[in-house]
Design a protein around this ligand. Structure first.
Ligand SMILES: Cc1ncc(COP(=O)(O)O)c(C=O)c1O
Length: 420
């Protein structure tokens, strides 16, 4: 075990850019050219973009013409939710309902709620069970009652916090008789599960580069050709007029390279990471017996590189800072608004009580993870949990307030220490 090495267990937030993607990015940056220009440099950049489109499509089981490059997952989710809503509503104004699972990433939930506030949409939050899995029967009854008023369904492929793999086949089966388009945010799935767009039966799917070894700020919405998608960005009419803006040829090329590399290694990587994850889960349970694994037990229902626990009596942010000081980087998985940690909407939707939800930590592995990472975490975790527990549940908001220049309203947070 190397105590000086920083341990990175937050690959679900972002994973290191692969050396081959860096090389591809640099080569294209050096070459230059706007893919919309008609001269030689432009045509070369266009070739890069189209070859990358073919490669991305092949990696995802899609047709090249179905790949719309975007500046990442958030933009692709926004385009799917807003574009499908407007596209479907143009012909049928009664289609106002947007059906989304209650555990979607904010990149899906927030555009949906924005559409409710500004564009006349009606949001239906689809319930999940205690492991964050969609209640398919509830979706079926919703559709039986309101299919004619439904614009779209969006259910993520796998959850970014608790790793739950959703029953997408059942969602597609439920929607198909009514001709309602189904979008899935596959941002967390692509590096870990076999993702085949054509085989999935989906109408649209979101992918993000920086979760699979490409740089941040590039991704794609994969969308079938006939899908009614109203553009969200207007301008030069790039990307089949659905997404205007100069295509970032270097980023797109790096995305294609990283995706191909990730997909080629995926099966072996997933087996290896599932083994590490199982050791991590077993170790946490042994060392902190009252910690509760959230999401499904390790199985095909859970992302192989994801583990997520709640630690009773602890504030997730305290755990995070203490672990960070001990050289181990993880995530709480939930948002922090105005300096105050918010319990995760995913955990709350799965029925986790609010106090328990505050003690959440997500551990996520990636291609560069090794057994030593898990060993280091397990070495420092018991001490960190003891310290966070003695600080209790009230301290983290106070500490965060201090960090944001606000007055502290509660007892001081324990000073993070590498000796934990
Ligand atoms: C499930 C999911 N969807 C969407 C996003 C947003 O992707 P991006 O960071 O590329 O905008 C993330 C990133 O955390 C995610 O985990």
């Amino acid at each position: 075990m190397n105590p000086d090495r920083t341990v990175y267990l937050d690959h679900a937030a972002t994973t290191p850019v692969s050396p081959r993607a860096v090389d591809a990015l640099l080569a294209e940056l050096r070459r230059g050219g706007n893919p919309s220009s008609l001269h030689g440099a432009g045509r070369a950049a266009r070739r890069t973009v189209e070859e990358s489109r073919e490669s991305v499509a092949a990696s995802l089981g899609a047709r090249p013409s179905e790949v719309v490059f975007t500046a990442g997952g958030t933009e692709a989710d926004n385009l799917a939710v807003k574009g499908l809503f407007w596209g479907r509503r143009t012909a049928h104004p009664e289609r106002r309902r947007i059906l989304v699972s209650a555990v979607e990433h904010h990149a899906v939930l927030d555009p949906a709620f924005w559409m409710a506030e500004h564009a006349g949409a009606e949001i239906v939050l689809l319930a999940v069970d205690g492991e964050g899995r969609l209640d398919v029967a509830a979706l079926e009854s919703e559709l039986a009652a309101h299919a004619d008023e439904t614009a779209l369904i969006s259910v993520m492929w796998a959850n970014n916090e608790i790793g739950t793999v959703q029953p997408l086949d059942a969602v597609v089966r439920a929607a198909r008789p009514y001709g309602i388009p189904v979008h899935s945010d596959a941002v967390q799935a692509v590096a870990q599960l076999g993702v085949d767009f054509a085989a999935s039966g989906l109408d649209a799917m979101t992918v993000s580069g920086h979760k699979l070894g490409a740089p941040m700020g590039v991704g794609a919405l994969v969308a079938t050709r006939g899908l009614p998608l109203t553009p969200v960005l207007h301008g030069g009419g790039q990307e089949r007029s659905v997404r205007s803006g100069t295509v970032d040829a270097p980023a797109v090329r790096a995305f294609a390279v990283a995706l191909a590399e990730t997909v080629a290694a995926r099966e072996a990587t997933a087996v290896r990471l599932a083994g590490l994850r199982d050791d991590l889960v077993a170790g946490v349970r042994r060392l902190v017996p009252d910690a509760v694994l959230r999401g499904p037990e390790p199985s095909s229902d859970r992302l192989p590189a994801n583990a997520h626990f709640t630690f009773p009596g602890c504030e997730g942010d305290s755990l995070l800072y203490l672990l960070d000081s001990a050289g181990v980087q993880v995530s709480t998985g939930s948002a922090c608004q105005a300096g105050v940690p918010q319990p995760s909407h995913v955990l709350l939707a799965a029925g986790v009580p609010e106090d328990d939800a505050r003690g959440a930590l997500r551990f996520s592995l990636g291609a560069t993870s090794v057994a030593d990472d898990v060993a280091r975490l397990l070495d420092v975790l018991p001490g960190v949990v003891d310290r966070a527990r003695s600080a209790g549940l009230a301290s983290a908001p106070a500490r965060l307030g201090e960090r944001n220049g606000e007055r502290s309203a509660g007892p001081a947070h324990p000073a993070p220490s590498g000796a934990a």
